[in-house]
Design a binder for this molecule. Structure first.
Ligand SMILES: Cc1cc2nc3c(=O)[nH]c(=O)nc-3n(C[C@H](O)[C@H](O)[C@H](O)COP(=O)(O)O)c2cc1C
Length: 212
């Protein structure tokens, strides 16, 4: 156990999660956005949301309400992160011109030009843990990925649909959004043109490898 660590808590050497700096209020804005009532009736039961989610590559032109976008972004901020250092950043792309450039940066995938486009980037410099750089980078990938996954589920919970983009030219995206941070995913969100059934999956028994 690390000597600097809170003696009541046990962490591995070098891993000291960020403590709350002030009071118990974690983030008023975040909690307010998360608690705000939905504008329409939607079944937000987590497992219903999960069972209905299906990637969409065709969106209607309907504008996504700001309240929903706020919630999608707030959801990302509820994801666990390594040491609670939040080793990621979200770039919310509003410019139609930049969205079009992102299409090209994402191997000409036209649906990247979606009503809402969020680029999740890794920010290992935020992860202030006394660990090798390689581990910090690994943490930042996981932080950014989890954050995007939380946003994706939140979008689904509010009647929206999305497509996760992982095929892109990192350097091109970094130039378009003007950052030194490496993107981990591009999440494109909107109202689906069509409701589709979820895709089939492997048998659960094939996925799980029980280890005794
Ligand atoms: C890491 C990752 C990368 C992906 N990259 C792309 C992509 O570049 N383009 C695309 O159209 N879909 C992409 N997808 C979406 C997957 O194709 C989709 O999630 C998968 O076919 C399963 O379908 P479902 O999301 O409807 O269950 C990606 C998904 C993940 C998780």
């Amino acid at each position: 156990m690390d000597s600097k660590a809170n003696p009541e808590k046990i962490y591995p050497s070098g891993y000291i999660p960020k403590e709350n700096s002030s009071v118990d209020v974690r983030n008023q804005l975040l909690d307010e956005i998360l608690k705000s009532a939905p504008t329409e009736f939607i079944n937000t039961d987590l497992f219903t949301v999960m069972s209905k989610r299906r990637s969409t590559r065709k969106f209607t032109d309907k504008i996504v309400e700001t309240k929903k976008i706020d919630k999608i972004i707030a959801a990302a901020d509820t994801a666990p992160t390594a040491g609670n250092f939040q080793g990621f950043e979200i770039f919310y792309i509003k410019s139609p011109g930049k969205k079009q450039q992102l299409v090209e940066a994402c191997n000409n995938q036209p649906y990247v030009n979606a009503p809402v486009v969020l680029v999740f980037c890794k920010n290992p410099a935020r992860v202030k843990l006394d660990l090798p750089q390689e581990i910090l980078k690994k943490f930042a990938i996981q932080d950014a990925t989890l954050a995007a996954a939380y946003s994706q589920l939140a979008a689904q919970a509010m009647g929206l649909s999305s497509i996760w983009i992982g095929m892109f030219d990192e350097q091109k995206i970094m130039k378009i959004i003007n950052t030194e941070l490496i993107p981990s995913s591009v999440l494109c969100i909107g109202y689906p043109k069509q409701d589709k059934f979820p895709k089939p999956r492997r048998n659960l028994k094939e996925i799980v490898h029980t280890v005794w």
